[in-house]
Design a protein around this ligand. Structure first.
Ligand SMILES: *Cc1c(COP(=O)(O)O)cnc(C)c1O
Length: 463
């Protein structure tokens, strides 16, 4: 990397060994539409706005840190997925990305189904009125109590994850006098992340039942003989933040191969396949996610082609996007506190949240961008690291980003694309109060998950 590639000045050049950016963006005030929710823009005063409401007003009314979710963008993304896959397929929103009762109602109104993977998620879904038959229940270690609740509620499918669970769900369903619709989750020997996928010979992880060694075929054999189960299909989920469709291609091919084996052995054509979620979004300007219609076409073509080759009727396809729906719809707004320039390194910008509201950077080395949100600035770019207020040096929100060098305590900064796996993974580390989620739409802002209070903390601590 040449020093001249850094308009920010040579003093930054030596330290850009691990960061995302090689140079500051041409315009620090610009909002790349790829990473921001659709209604986000800057108003005349230079502050960013979402749904027509400015960041300064939002911060005054709801405090910081807080997640602001663009409701019309969320709904538009739901519709884009539903339209792309059409009536012949099913889109299940993966609730673990972010779930609340308002979200459940939006999903219903926009025609999506819902994946849950715990009793808490199931309760939220049912409480908000999601019809049980539109719910899929996932997880590698569902408890007996959770299975009983799911079967009793009449969920549309339980995705079976192990041999023990095949027996367990069959037994519970039979005891409750039900026949539970199920899919079997298989691992296809593909692990996909971002721009590449890795073919793995054996599956050294906790999810699913391996196709390799005939395990999945044996699982189908067992499920077909059990009265409590109605086996409707095969499920495969291959990774997260995936841009390259090649991993899905391998996955679909292997799942269809299993369907053909099942037909040959049992004379049964399983009617459904679920290709999971994991579709990537843009966290930074470098990311180029696929649009839902491209994904739908690619997956549909692969499955149709493989089924034709195997002489099978094309099964009904389902997909489970979580991040790709909610991720881009929200940003986190923080207030800047202490600013600490480290000469020759970078400037540490501390905010009033951190790893308790966004663990992804610490957990996965995730990339994020950040902008000054309460105003614009023409000051020189400054290489910054946005850190939280927690007692942990790994408490980093944005590893490397350029912010204007006139940044001052009290300024608001915003980190985009925090809709998925931020509030849902938030913690109370250091007794932090988990931030609210505020839905903004057409000039109206509404709290859908309120901020925790110190009273909430003390209520759990029963002395
Ligand atoms: C996590 C998960 C998803 C959603 O993943 P995203 O990356 O949010 O799209 C879908 N299906 C299953 C089984 C999952 O575990």
């Amino acid at each position: 990397m040449s020093r001249s590639a850094h308009p920010a000045g040579p003093r930054h050049a030596d330290v850009m060994t691990e960061g995302h950016y090689t140079a500051p963006p041409a315009d620090l005030n610009a909002l790349d539409e790829k990473v921001w929710a659709r209604t986000v823009t800057r108003d005349e005063d230079g502050a960013i706005t979402v749904g027509g409401i400015g960041a300064t007003r939002l911060a005054e009314e709801f405090g910081t840190p807080a997640y602001f979710l663009d409701e019309s963008d969320f709904r538009a993304r739901c519709r884009a997925w539903a339209d792309a896959f059409g009536p012949g397929a099913d889109v299940f929103y993966a609730g673990k990305a972010f779930l609340s009762r308002a979200v459940v109602r939006w999903l219903q109104e926009e025609g999506l189904n819902l994946d849950v993977c715990s009793g808490g998620e199931l309760t939220t879904a049912l409480d908000a009125g999601m019809p049980a038959e539109r719910i899929a229940f996932h997880g590698n270690n569902k408890t007996v109590a959770e299975i009983e609740r799911a079967v009793t509620a009449g969920v549309g499918r339980i995705v079976l994850d192990s041999f023990q669970e095949i027996a367990r769900v069959a037994h519970i369903a039979q005891r409750l006098g039900k026949r539970q619709r199920v899919q079997i989750r298989v691992t296809v020997g593909v692990e996909a992340h971002t721009h590449e996928f890795i073919a793995t010979a054996h599956e050294d992880q906790k999810f699913g039942i391996a196709l390799a060694g005939g395990q999945a075929a044996e699982a189908v054999r067992r499920a077909l003989t059990l009265d409590g189960l109605e086996l409707i299909g095969i499920h495969s989920h291959i990774g997260s933040q995936i841009f390259d469709m090649a991993g899905f291609e391998v996955s679909a091919r292997r799942v269809v191969q299993l369907l053909a084996e099942v037909r040959d052995e049992h004379g049964v054509e399983l009617p459904e396949i679920d290709l999971g979620g994991g579709l990537g979004i843009a966290y930074t300007s470098e990311d180029d996610p696929r649009e839902p219609h491209e994904i739908a076409k690619a997956l549909g073509d692969i499955v149709t082609r493989e089924c034709e080759a195997a002489g099978l009727a094309t099964p009904r396809i389902s997909v489970e996007p979580g991040r790709a729906i909610v991720g881009p719809t929200a940003f986190t707004l923080y207030e800047v506190g202490t600013i600490k320039p480290l000469e020759g390194l970078r400037t540490y910008v501390s905010v009033d949240g951190g790893m308790s509201d966004n663990i992804r950077t610490a957990l996965y080395d995730a990339e994020y961008t950040v902008v000054l949100a309460s105003r614009t600035s023409d000051a020189e770019p400054m290489l910054a690291r946005v850190v939280g207020k927690h007692c942990e040096s790994g408490d980093i929100v944005v590893k490397d980003a350029f912010l204007p060098s006139d940044l001052a305590p009290g300024d608001l900064i915003a980190v985009p694309a925090t809709g998925a796996y931020c509030r849902s993974m938030a913690s109370n580390y250091n007794h932090a109060l988990r931030p609210p989620v505020v839905a903004v739409r057409d000039g109206q802002a509404r709290v859908i998950v309120r901020r925790e209070t110190e009273e909430d903390l003390l209520r759990l601590d029963v002395g």
